[in-house]
Ligand binder design. Structure first.
Ligand SMILES: Cc1cc2nc3c(=O)[nH]c(=O)nc-3n(C[C@H](O)[C@H](O)[C@H](O)COP(=O)(O)O)c2cc1C
Length: 275
C-alpha cells in the first residue's frame, strides 16, 4: 500500500499537502498528490491535517486518528497572560494526586514539538512518599559532598543543605507528592531536548487541572553526575537514560502578581532598509 491515498472525488488539487510536507516528499502529478522516498516521512501528519476537504490519507499518520480542529480564538492578551502566569510551584498540599488526573496531565506531553517528530520520551511516576523522601535525603548528601569544592554552585548547595538540615525543609523535592521521571532510549541523542519541551507542555497544562509543578534540577544534578544512591532509587531501566525530572502536586498557595523578567534581548539582521 502506498504511503498516500487520495480520495479523487474530494481532492481540489490545491497542493497544500505538498507545501506542508516538511521534507518536500509530496509532489502533484497531473494535479494529484504523490509521494517519493516514503522512508523519509516523519509521520508528522501535516499533509493530512492541512487538507481542507479531508481528501488525503497517509498510512503512517492516518486520517481517522486526527480530530477536528475548531477555530481556536484565544486573543493575544489572554494567551500572554496564561503563559506569563505559569509559575514554578514549591509548596504542595499533603494530598496525593489521583492517578487518573496524572494520566490526563501527562497525555499533553505527547503533543510537544520534537526533533524530526522523533518523540520517544517515556515516563515513570514516583508517587511513593517514602521513596521521595529518600531521594531528597540522597540529593542532600550529594550536595554536601559538592559544597566543599570551590565551585560557583557550592554556596547555593550549602544553603539548600542548611534549609534541610537546620529547618527540616524538603529543599529538593519540596514535599511534592509526585515526581515525573522522563526517560528515553539510551542511544537517543534528542532525549533531553524532547523531554524539556514535553515537560514544558506539562508545566503549562498543570494549572488548568489545579496542579502545580516545578523542575527538580537539584535532583537532576545528582543523577546526571552519576550519584549512585539517587540512580539506584530512580531505577531507570538499563536500556534507558534519564532525561528530565519534574515535581507535581496540588499547589498550597496562589500567586497574586506576575513577576517581571529581564528585558527582551533581541536584534534584527537585514541589510536592506528596516520595515
Ligand atoms: C531546568 C530547570 C531546573 C530547575 N530546577 C529547580 C530546582 O531544583 N528547584 C527549584 O526549586 N526550582 C527549580 N527550577 C525552577 C526555576 O528556579 C524557575 O523556573 C525560575 O526561578 C523562574 O521562576 P518561574 O518558573 O516561576 O517563572 C528549575 C527550572 C528549570 C528550567
Amino acid at each position: 500500500m502506498d504511503l498516500l491515498s487520495v480520495d479523487k472525488t474530494l481532492c481540489i488539487h490545491c497542493g497544500s499537502c505538498a507545501v506542508a510536507c516538511p521534507r518536500g516528499l509530496i509532489r502533484l502529478e497531473q494535479g494529484w498528490p504523490v509521494s517519493a522516498q516514503e522512508d523519509l516521512c516523519i509521520a508528522c501528519g501535516h499533509c493530512v491535517a492541512v487538507c481542507p476537504v479531508a481528501a488525503l490519507d497517509n498510512r503512517r499518520t492516518p486520517l481517522f486518528a486526527q480530530s477536528g480542529l475548531s477555530t481556536v480564538a484565544i486573543d493575544d492578551e489572554t494567551m500572554r497572560s496564561v503563559l506569563r502566569s505559569r509559575r514554578s510551584i514549591r509548596s504542595f498540599k499533603n494530598n496525593p494526586v489521583e492517578r487518573q488526573k496524572l494520566l490526563q496531565l501527562m497525555d499533553i506531553a505527547r503533543f510537544a514539538p520534537s526533533g524530526g517528530n522523533s518523540q520517544g520520551i517515556s515516563y515513570i511516576i514516583i508517587d511513593e512518599r517514602q521513596v521521595l523522601q529518600q531521594l531528597n535525603e540522597h540529593a542532600i548528601q550529594w550536595m554536601e559532598n559538592q559544597s566543599a569544592a570551590a565551585t560557583a554552585a557550592a554556596p547555593v548547595y550549602r544553603q539548600y543543605v542548611a534549609m534541610y538540615r537546620q529547618q527540616g525543609k524538603d529543599s529538593v523535592l519540596r514535599n511534592a507528592p509526585c515526581l515525573i521521571v522522563a526517560t528515553a532510549a539510551a542511544s537517543f541523542a534528542r532525549g533531553r531536548e524532547n523531554s524539556l519541551l514535553s515537560l514544558a507542555y506539562v508545566e503549562l497544562y498543570s494549572p488548568s487541572l489545579k496542579l502545580g509543578s516545578c523542575w527538580a534540577g537539584l535532583l537532576e544534578g545528582a543523577a546526571f553526575a552519576g550519584y549512585e544512591p539517587v540512580l539506584n532509587l530512580l531505577a531507570i531501566p538499563a536500556e534507558k537514560q534519564l532525561t528530565g525530572l519534574l515535581m507535581v502536586g496540588h499547589p498550597e498557595c496562589r500567586f497574586h502578581r506576575l513577576p517581571d523578567r529581564l528585558p527582551l534581548d533581541i536584534s534584527f539582521r537585514n541589510k536592506q532598509a528596516p520595515r
